[in-house]
Design a protein around this ligand. Structure first.
Ligand code: FAD
Length: 483
């Protein structure tokens, strides 16, 4: 083996084999390929003080989804003669240790715009450059390169969807590379490699895990995508926000967000599949409401986030309105723990905790309720709860949407409020969604399901749910005023 003829593909997001430019480049002309993932304690280590099981940064549902995604990647790599090498520790330290031992000439990883990775990647690139290792770090998490869009816009990110779309054009096509085999993994030296851990290996108990119906991994992502694309009429007629936020047996949207978040699914491949459907059904919806338009929303927020210093805070964020929000932990906890006494709001917060996913308009309802709609709590506090509990939790999209919903940026019609009692009723007059996620209200008659405190005592007794005892009265857990 010649010096430096090995390649390392460092997986962080981009946990996939299809349309993976970093992987494709890593395989070119190399004798040994080292596919690596580093378990970062910062992200994975149990935090006993957190309000729900998980680490200081992520709830257990998302950690579990990530482990499933890594397991799937490992299986798929093994099918083509390779495997995933898992190491634990501070990623830059681990990586540099491995680079020193493995005779690596090329280090390849997907470019990441999140501040956490921006800081980490500087350290790693710095080392690699000094050691004479070639670094290849392509943009492939998003459709477009945010830097290009910002440049086209004179150095600033476009702050309206339409101006973003006007600048964007067509994204690069996904790579069509299929691998029948990969170069073998080379000698591992003394690096402490393990298989993909289970949540137990990381120090969690199985019974700490909520039941989430979504299984991580590229295989599942591609299966879900194929399933969605089969119904061409549905794809062509997709129109958001027209879907039903209370549909939970067959949700109204694709639920591909967790797979996009971890890069189990390439957004460019998703885009191409939608375009293929549009070719066969030329009469289709258009951005911003179409399915293709949803992917553009994703890139819009990525670009805005990348080009805006302090995007994740109100302070020193030039695009964020300065609002004197309340700092009231009691209100926040009532909202977070599904104890506001408004069944529509509480059911959504239970779905968040159990599934780690809710429909976009359900997210609108609870984000509006926490901020400008009812409780007037700071959007950053709600953002933190979402960041922890969502399996699709995404730094750019989450912060962007919280600013949107709190009318802090992008959207300013603060008088357009989602009613916590009538909005859900429009879609689900029988309250099936509430009954499912709040079984304490399962026998409450339809007439009272959205406002159970208005049910006469005899009805509450018959429904086995006394308001104020079995389920909160609005204002009981937080000082809400009923109008
Ligand atoms: P689909 O409707 O099937 O759309 C396909 C894809 O388009 C999604 O998977 C997603 O990647 C993208 N997309 C759709 N809507 C949006 C949007 N408004 N902004 C940006 N991208 C979009 N989405 C996240 O992926 N991560 C988050 O952390 C997140 N936090 C949110 C917080 C709030 C307060 C709100 C209101 C919305 C948030 N969203 C977030 C956006 C949106 O709700 C989800 O992307 C969507 O519900 C995911 O479901 P889906 O995959 O079925 O979407």
């Amino acid at each position: 083996m010649t010096l430096g003829s090995g390649s390392m593909i460092w997986f962080r997001k981009g946990i996939r084999i299809h349309d993976n430019p970093a992987l494709e480049y890593a395989t070119r002309g190399c004798s040994n390929l080292y596919p690596l993932f580093v378990i970062d304690p910062h992200y994975m280590k149990p935090d006993p003080n957190a309000f729900s099981p998980g680490s200081s940064r992520a709830g257990l549902n998302r950690i579990s989804f990530l482990l499933e995604s890594l397991g799937d990647l490992d299986v798929n790599l093994k099918k083509i003669g390779s495997r995933l090498l898992v190491l634990k520790g501070d990623p830059s330290e681990v990586l540099i240790r491995c680079l020193k031992q493995w005779n690596i000439g090329k280090l390849c990883f997907e470019y990441d715009t999140d501040p956490y990775y921006q800081a980490l990647d500087i350290k790693v690139k710095d080392y690699a450059l000094k050691a004479g290792i070639e670094v290849f770090s392509p943009v492939s998490h998003t459709l477009f390169n945010p830097t290009d869009i910002i440049q086209k816009n004179g150095g600033k990110p476009p702050l309206s969807y339409q101006s973003f779309v006007n600048l964007a054009g067509e994204p690069p096509s996904p790579l069509a590379t299929k691998y029948s085999s990969l170069p073998p993994v080379g000698p591992l030296g003394s690096c402490d490699i393990s298989e993909v851990p289970t949540i137990k290996d990381l120090g969690y108990e199985d019974d700490q895990l909520e039941f989430s119906p979504f299984k991580g991994g590229e295989s599942e992502a591609l299966r879900r995508l194929e399933e969605c694309m089969k119904d061409k009429t549905w794809v062509a007629n997709f129109e958001k926000p027209k879907g039903n936020p209370s549909a939970f047996l067959k949700p109204a949207t694709t639920i591909l967000s967790p797979y996009l978040k971890f890069g189990c699914l390439s957004s460019r491949y998703f885009y191409q599949c939608i375009q293929d459907v549009y070719k066969s059904l030329p009469k289709h919806t258009s951005p911003p409401v179409s399915l293709l338009g949803q992917l553009l929303w994703r890139d819009f927020f990525y670009t805005a986030a990348f080009g805006t210093p302090n995007f994740d805070s109100m302070k020193d964020n030039r695009i964020c309105k300065q609002i004197p929000w309340k700092d009231d932990d009691k209100l926040l906890e009532a909202w977070r723990d599904a104890k506001t006494g408004f069944p529509w709001i509480d059911a959504i917060m239970v779905q968040l905790r159990q599934w780690g996913w809710m429909h976009h308009l359900a997210r609108h309802s609870v984000a509006c309720f926490l901020t400008r709609g009812d409780l007037f709590v700071h959007w950053e506090k709600g953002r933190d709860v979402f960041e922890r509990l969502l399996i699709d939790s995404d730094w750019a999209i989450n912060n962007g949407n919280w600013m949107w919903l709190s009318c802090s940026s992008f959207f300013y019609q603060y008088n357009r409020i989602y009613s916590p009692t009538t909005f859900g009723k429009k879609y689900d007059p029988d309250g099936d969604y509430i009954r499912h996620f709040l079984p304490v209200l399962k026998d409450m008659p339809k007439a009272y399901i959205y406002e159970p405190w208005t049910a006469p005592p005899s009805i509450q007794t018959k429904a086995n749910c006394i308001i104020g005892k079995d389920y909160p009265m609005p204002g009981q857990c937080c000082h809400l005023v009923l109008e």
